[in-house]
Design a protein around this ligand. Sequence first.
Ligand code: PXG
Length: 465
Amino acid sequence: MPAITNHLPTAELQALDAAHHMHPFTANRDLAEKGARVITRADGVYLTDSEGVEILDAMAGLWCVNIGYGRDELAEVAARQMRELPYYNTFFQTTHVPAIALANKIAELAPGDLNHVFFAGGGSEANDTNIRMVRHYWALKGKPTKSVIISRTNAYHGSTVGSASLGGMAAMHAQGGIPIPDIHHIGQPNWWVEGGEMTPEEFGLARARELEDAIQELGEERVAALIAEPVQGAGGVVVAPDTYWPEIQRICDKYEILLIADEVICGFGRTGNWFGIETLNIRPDIMTIAKGLSSGYAPIGGSVVSDEVASVIAGGEFNHGYTYSGHPVAAAVALENLRILEEEKIVDTVRDRTGPYLKQKWEALADHPLVGEARIVGMMGSIALTPHKQSRAAFASDPGAVGLICRDRCFANSLIMRHVGDRMIISPPLVITEAEIDLLIERATRALDETYAELKSRDMLRPAS
Ligand code: PXG
């Protein structure tokens, strides 16, 4: 076999990829026919593919490359750590400096009494930890019947059996025998799609009260926790109406249930504060973290746990842990990433300067004939595509068909903007500059114009009846 390097022609790399690599969330036979896009390098907010095309990555990889690509400091820290101590575990009454330092740093950054970290390899594993930890917590408190975890439709919490059960993605639940028992879903606060005749404010309250209804229906003595993303990411950057979170917090305070904030996307500056819970004024008992923790340079996640929960769990042995919990190289890389985020005031810049700049430009996209609402919090934004704004109509075509056309027009314009159904989403690196934001908006507008023209010519600008 020839050495597989960047220098092989694209078609050859694609054939080798198709022969042996199974892609996540992909119809692999279809992809094998088309050939996967091969990314060869990246710097700042730009990717370069195997054809030498430079692409503006408005998704920061998978919502994770918060400090942008190409930061040598992280590579150097990783190399140093690999030489010094490439691996050791934190089981069996042992620890190491990177895990100690990272846990302390996270405790310092996390608000309130979220002072204890249980490490995992990523967000899915961390949410599996959360399932077991909250159930074990209640068992230790003498309330073993409190095992139901409430989540929301269209939520994404990961792909393991446990975390996908927490998630509210119907297409995922249709495969592989999930959900596991004792997971209950309530409606998502997606006013654009599901708000009907209600105002956003009325709808936000109504959806939050589904939590209270569920607790009453299931019985408080059965409910362990609610898990929710401060802003739903993979579900389409769904920003809840302003009335939603205060009501959810009121209900969590009133009943004896734990609140788990899944900060895998929102954490580490994405919403313009260190954590989404600060932007939305939420007081959770546990936070799930991953992605921006290391800016994706190394796989690491974790559960950040309150003093109260940690002290109950500390009472005995919690029979849970991963080979790579607190992996020294990943932890050292994450620590260096946090240093850069902090010292270069990247979160402050998003909150005070680039975030408001992007918001103004992004919201102006709502003037485009194809765009209904445009929502954005910090550096995560979405636009709803619609054939008729006033009625918030869906398209007559299959859900996602228009989004896919727009996604392809984005690629053709060297912009990575994702689609979730007929919603387009962005989540750029937090280091994106004003000039790069201008370019992002210029390319997005061109993609929208081209999509509009294509829909017109194919007679697809029709609302669903
Ligand atoms: N929670 C949230 C809120 C996430 O967004 C996870 C947990 C799981 O994390 P790991 O590290 O196990 O993947 C995620 C991950 C997409 C997409 O298509 C989003 C995620 C992962 C893959 C694809 O938007 N989010």
